[in-house]
Design a protein around this ligand. Sequence first.
Ligand code: SF4
Length: 468
Amino acid sequence: MTALHETVTAATTVSDAVEETARQPYEYVRRELVEPDWRRFPGWSHITDAQWRDAQWQRVHCVKNIKQLRAVMGDLLAESFYDDLVADQERLATMSMLLPPQMLNTMAPTATGGDITKEFLADPVRRYMMPVASDRDPVWPNHPHSSRDSLHEAEMWVVEGLTHRYPTKVLAELLSTCPQYCGHCTRMDLVGNSTPSVDKHKLSLKPVDRQDQMIDYLKKTPGVRDVVVSGGDVANVPWHQLESFLMRLLDIETVRDIRLATKALAGLPQHWLQPKVVEGLERVARTAHRRGVNLAIHTHVNHAQSVTPLVAEAARTALDVGVRDVRNQGVLMRGVNATPDDLLDLCFALQGEANILPYYFYMCDMIPNAEHWRVAVWEAQALQHAIMGYLPGYATPRIICDVPYVGKRWVHQLAEYDREHGISYWTKNYRTGIEHADADALSRHYPYYDPISTLPEAGQQWWRDSGE
Ligand code: SF4
């Protein structure tokens, strides 16, 4: 090697090293939103743009079972995929299948022809909206401390469907259905149809009676200033009923914040683009504005693939008619979005392209059979660290652990952490609705559990020995 060659080689190596050092852990690239072409699926090859935009068409053509899935997918998926799906539905699923075409169309968005089974299996949206048995944790599918209603919301009902967990806020569950069912639903106890492994609880009051009782409670409880109107998904409440309930809420002087919870903004944006819904939302937003109430929509998007032009149009339409803010509360799930790149790609798509504020990512709650999705608290802390500094500060989402009997806590707020056994301990600074007479409520340490498969061997052995 000549001296010159050596020098050039050295210079190249140094410049490579500088370039490597200069590279950021996450490289932001603006990406245009794309509506995947639904015509790539044989069952929808003839569906027109007008049909696709029609909310009624979307609802009628939801995929609710394997026969309907086959009709859409034709020969694209191998039999082994259907076997895997059946095995999950028969033994493990806590939610029944319900996929609006819009939602199904965001799975394997660029797949064309042939066998797309591999892409489907690896697809992040599929992994939480259409779980299969081979997704689940083979050793610990279920944490010994997992439970139905893991947040104990029903225990804190002050009237049926109205959870009073925080001092100034309530959650109003108006109904127990959604236009789409997510495999990891935290309200799996109540929401959706029963599955072979979960017999769902039912709301017993008539909707109108339940709403009357909620309004009465709020009138006589002026300390509550913030109402999350949820379900289920408010997109399944007939519009005139929802509007009437919202107007009654707006008549209560002490209610200052109203948040409408709807994953349908992303799962079925066509619903929020219907003229009768847009006009009604405008009436509600105008009234909220006149009365100085903050009206917002909270949606639930977990992956950038789901942020399509139609979703952005639905969000902007809500803002145009006077809704103050549209925010996202995603769920952090392994295999779906639990990497810095996936979280940041999603946040930039929401914030930069759809005017949806990336607000929270919840750690997946401790419901049955969710261990393959859940991440450990230390992993969530590392992800929070990794996503800092890229987005505007106000649009940098907080990763949240919703600790049973405590409530939402930023993941760095724990009081103690036993990493070997995967048990974190948390404190709180208020009493939930069922603890007014509990002298220890504010000094107690409340446990939360990491997935056992994330523990060191000694910790896993401890759980095996504990026989729980
Ligand atoms: S939209 Fe929300 S309430 Fe409905 S199934 Fe999904 S997570 Fe559950």
